[in-house]
Design a binder for this molecule. Structure first.
Ligand code: FES
Length: 69
């Protein structure tokens, strides 16, 4: 499957980094808390090290490569 030039994926997995969500979504964190997206594109942490869970704060860039998602 491929997207035409006018389409965008709704979910993008960034190698070694976050999951990008396009559009409106509700994220459930590991404690059952719900978080609504507020931006056109939201980055969800996949490394577990962000201080702003469930959102990515860029911390994945400074952790060892083998510990990245
Ligand atoms: S994926 Fe970016 S801080 Fe976790």
């Amino acid at each position: 499957m491929s997207l035409n030039e006018f389409e965008h994926a709704d979910v993008v997995l960034c190698p070694g980094g976050p999951l990008l969500l396009r559009g409106e979504h509700v994220i459930e964190d590991d404690k059952g808390g719900l978080h609504r997206t507020t931006r056109p594109v939201s980055a969800v942490c996949r490394c577990g090290k962000s201080a702003k869970q469930p959102w990515c704060d860029g911390t994945h860039k400074v952790i060892p490569e083998r510990a990245r998602p």
